[in-house]
Design a protein around this ligand. Structure first.
Ligand SMILES: C[S@@+](CC[C@H](N)C(=O)[O-])C[C@H]1O[C@@H](n2cnc3c(N)ncnc32)[C@H](O)[C@@H]1O
Length: 440
């Protein structure tokens, strides 16, 4: 059953003509938005416009929460508007990017560190290579030694905020110089006829990234300072990012709850949609996790699948009992679940695992929004076995059960022709739905 647009003030205030929310002509990612390549990033201009309109709709919005914060698109757009922000993500790579963006940012110290790292141009053979499962498969020895040499120099810098900027640059490079294909989010060995990276590539790509990253950070902080939202690299509002599962976050949120929860959750379980953890496995093995924060250490990266198993839909245990809990709450889930009986059993199990975890997440998130506050979810209706799975309807039903009423429903096309459009998920998912809710 499609979600019908309600005739509410939020619907009228958010509606745009025709294809408005697709943002087809959007620019390349500007300033801090381009610090990390991460799967399924939201279009910054779209999230910015959403925040602008929501703040006209409700002028009291001052604190925003993105529970699936990813690379921090909503974080950056919130900071540009001087808002308080809270974000959570289970993936330490996403948290690293968000903590870099949130600052504090000391441009002089970063410039000095960049100058120092630009001098590192050759392998130091005295430095031991880290060993982790798959290291020799995914990185040539020379490439590993070059990455280890850079990591060693980063480690010697004194300020953790500065080291984080450099770790993020190194994380980006670790993926591109690995033996994994650049065209999929999953780890796949490159074809044998592709020329593997050498140490020189590592140093030159890192230097390029470093210069670009510091330039991007300078631009971002200049904008914040010009808008009066920051001074001397310190943001005036409150920002807190936690590396945690939304389902067990113990939060420092105001007891009354946030004004607005704005998010784009995963599209489905990691096996059949986007494996964020697998994508991040190689970069994370070259970064000092304790520099991301002690909370990042709690999450294991012992193999490429560990983070994904902890994420929404990561475990298919308890399927039937979970389905029975969900069926009365979500008629759309019940309907799809019944239809999937005709398909191989794992499809049904994976759908149940994801929707059940989403339901638990929603139950945890609901009280974190103040009474009369808002939630906006950007969700994709994917397909399983050629059949549409209306995640937008399922989310609407689960949120209704948690005390939120639908206030707006808008369609958008996904204009990007990037990876997600080419993999099995992308072939079938080219539209998203923006759903707005109010806590009753
Ligand atoms: C669609 S992405 C968010 C992308 C983000 N909007 C951006 O622009 O970069 C979904 C995020 O949800 C995170 N995630 C999945 N399961 C989670 C869980 N149980 N708790 C917290 N985060 C989770 C993933 O790590 C991923 O970063």
């Amino acid at each position: 059953m499609p979600v019908l647009a309600p005739s509410t003030r939020m619907q009228r205030d958010l509606a745009g003509k025709g294809d408005y929310w697709s943002f087809t002509g959007h620019q390349r990612r500007q300033h801090a938005h381009g610090l990390l390549s991460y799967p399924a990033m939201m279009i910054p201009e779209m999230m910015g416009e959403m925040l602008r309109r929501l703040r006209i709709y409700d002028r009291s919005i001052s604190m925003v929460y993105d529970p699936f914060v990813g690379s921090g698109t909503v974080l950056v757009e919130s900071m540009l508007r001087g808002l308080d922000f809270y974000g959570t993500d289970i993936n330490p790579l996403a948290v690293l990017a968000c903590r870099v963006k949130a600052g504090p940012y000391n441009a002089k110290s970063v410039a000095a560190a960049v100058a120092q790292l630009l001098k590192v141009q050759a392998i130091d053979h005295r430095i031991a290579m880290p060993e982790f499962p798959g290291r020799a498969k995914w990185f040539g020895d020379e490439v590993s030694r070059a990455l280890a040499t850079i990591a060693h120099s980063v480690r010697r810098l004194t300020a953790v905020e500065v080291r984080r900027v450099l770790w993020l640059a190194l994380a980006n490079v670790a993926r591109t110089v690995s033996n994994s294909r650049g065209t999929t989010y999953k780890l796949h060995k490159r074809a044998n006829d592709e020329v593997p990276a050498v140490a020189e590539d590592v140093f030159s790509q890192f230097h390029e990234r470093l210069s670009a990253s510091s330039e991007r950070m300078n631009q971002f902080w200049k904008q914040l300072e010009q808008a009066g939202h920051a001074r001397n690299g310190r943001y005036h509002g409150e920002v807190r990012i936690d590396c945690t599962d939304v389902r067990n976050a113990t939060t420092a949120l105001p007891p009354a709850g946030v004004d607005l929860l704005l998010t784009s959750p995963p599209y489905g379980d990691n096996t059949s949609t986007i494996p964020y953890g697998q994508y991040s496995y190689l970069p994370l093995n070259w970064v000092d996790l304790d520099d991301i924060g002690s909370d990042a250490l709690d999450l294991t990266i012992e193999n490429p699948y560990a983070i994904d198993r902890l994420s929404l839909g990561g475990s298919i245990l308890g399927g039937d009992a979970r389905a029975e809990i969900l069926r009365p709450m979500s008629p759309t889930f019940a309907n799809v679940h019944t239809r999937l009986r005709l398909f191989p059993k794992d499809r049904q199990k994976r759908l149940t695992a994801f929707v059940y975890d989403l339901h638990v997440a929603i139950t945890c998130l609901a009280p974190r929004v103040r009474s009369g506050g808002h939630m906006v979810w950007v969700v994709g209706d994917r397909r399983i076995g050629g059949r549409s799975i209306q995640l937008s309807a399922i989310v609407t039903e689960l949120l209704a059960a948690a005390g939120f009423s639908l206030q707006a429903c808008l369609q958008r096309r996904i204009p990007s022709k990037k990876m997600a459009m080419r993999n099995s998920l992308g072939k079938t998912m080219q539209e998203e739905t923006i759903l707005g809710f109010r806590r009753d």
